[in-house]
Write a protein that binds this ligand. Structure first.
Ligand code: NAD
Ligand code: AHE
Ligand code: ZN
Length: 373
């Protein structure tokens, strides 16, 4: 008989339903697995995206959440890289170090556990979460909306115990994603011009990355002008509300920048804005990076001539960061004061209020809500 631990968790019973905070049974970790006591988790737009039913990989009932931090509570047989008491950040992009993807040197998209992860299961094809005996699916391999969660060992970054878990949980997704897309994926250089579409947690982090890289112009674009103050504080040089213009936003940016920006970033998940982001790039060399996640059935389009004439369209997942080998160093840089995380935490609350966090996000009132257990 396997052992279980009781855990408070927010269950997504079905698409478009409020989360239900209940007690679940979590099975102790099997071979190569680790149980983590989550102490804090951010709420990212991707959680809302999946809850909305738009995610082709969305599966219910599930325990969502993927932007967490916590402490190792128990380890399964054969686990060597972490021990009880270690502070960790769960990784929705694992790093096995051995698969074709990890050894390619070209991507952070480890393939070791991705297939089962996308089906809401652990690598052995089963779940560790149960409600009254009914299996509940995992989400993105992390399920940080449960006080106790189980992950493969290769899906954990061990980090400095001196770092505030309430703040570094944001490095489990949003801040690493935005900063990394600019510095790792696009590799923005000193003097480059940058346009960032969408100033939520991801877009604001992209501003931090652009400022770090020494971009000469950082143009922030959002239809919610309440985001502009923080964007300015973080380093945006220009702020644009597309609603103020009666022409396409790409034409506005092209005019502002003598032919277009060197780099643009789509941080919304809107396929029309993705097109604008590509088309505001400079002819001959401008690159546009898609970060936003678009719903099932949605497709991007542009005139192929946009690419023929030298613009480049690409994407970025988790900022191109390899979690186990690179995230601990990002935590150190945060601790050294290279960038702040508390600017992003507009709200904190207990798990029982988690539906308020989703409401605040949909109303455009929060950057990040951090849930604590
Ligand atoms: P968010 O909801 O906090 O921010 C989105 C911002 O976009 C808001 O400020 C909103 O006002 C703005 N916006 C909406 N429509 C707009 C429009 N038409 N023009 C301009 N601005 C508009 O979301 P977030 O947590 O910052 O996430 C942003 C996107 O990034 C989501 O699609 C999320 O799923 C995705 N994401 C991707 C990755 C990745 O690894 N690729 C990681 C995290 C999040
Ligand atoms: N399940 C969706 C795609 C979701 C998606 O693109 N996820 C991003 C991370 S969003 C974090 O907030 C990602 O890293 N993707 C790479 C991967 O391997 O999932 C769909 O369309 O099926
Ligand atoms: Zn996320």
């Amino acid at each position: 008989m396997s052992e279980f631990i009781k855990s408070k968790a927010a269950i997504a019973w079905g698409p478009n339903q409020s989360l239900s905070v209940e007690e679940v049974d979590v099975m102790m970790p099997k071979k190569g697995e680790v149980m983590v006591k989550i102490t804090a988790t951010g709420v990212c737009h991707t959680d809302a995206f999946t809850l909305s039913g738009a995610d082709p990989e969305g599966i219910f009932p599930a325990i969502l959440g993927h932007e967490g931090a916590g402490v190792v509570y128990a380890v399964g047989d054969g686990v060597t890289s972490v021990e009880v008491g270690d502070h960790v950040i769960p990784l929705y992009t694992a790093e096995c170090g051995e698969c074709k993807m990890c050894t390619s040197g070209k991507t952070n998209l480890c393939s070791a556990v991705r297939e089962t992860q996308g089906k809401g299961l652990m690598p052995d094809g089963t779940t560790r979460f149960f409600k009254d005996g009914q299996p509940i699916y995992h989400y993105m391999g992390t399920s940080t909306f449960s006080e106790y969660t189980v992950l493969p060992e290769i899906s954990l970054a061990k980090v400095n115990k001196a770092a505030s878990l309430e703040e570094i949980c944001l490095l489990g997704c949003g801040v690493t994603t935005g900063m990394g897309a600019v510095t790792n994926t696009a590799k923005v250089q000193v003097g480059d011009t940058v346009a960032i579409f969408g100033l939520g947690g991801i877009g604001l982090s992209a501003i931090i990355g652009a400022k770090m890289a020494g971009a000469s112009r950082i143009i922030g674009i959002d239809i919610n002008t309440s985001k502009f103050d923080l964007a300015t504080k973080l380093g945006a040089t220009d702020l644009v509300n597309p609603k103020d213009f009666d022409k396409p936003i790409q034409a506005v940016i092209v005019e502002m920048t003598d032919g277009g920006v060197d780099y643009s970033f789509e941080c919304i998940g809107n396929v029309d804005v993705m097109r604008s982001a590509l088309e505001c790039c400079h002819k001959g060399w401008g690159e546009s990076v898609i970060i936003g996640v678009a719903g099932a059935g949605q497709e991007i389009s542009t005139r192929p001539f946009q690419l023929v004439t030298g613009r480049v369209w690409r994407g970025s997942a988790f900022g191109g960061v390899k979690g186990r080998s690179q995230l601990p160093e990002i935590v150190e840089r945060y601790m050294a004061g290279e960038f702040a995380l508390n600017d992003f935490i507009t709200h904190t609350m207990g798990l029982e209020d988690i539906n308020d966090a989703f409401d605040l996000m949909h109303e455009g009132k929060s950057i990040r809500t951090v849930i604590h257990y």
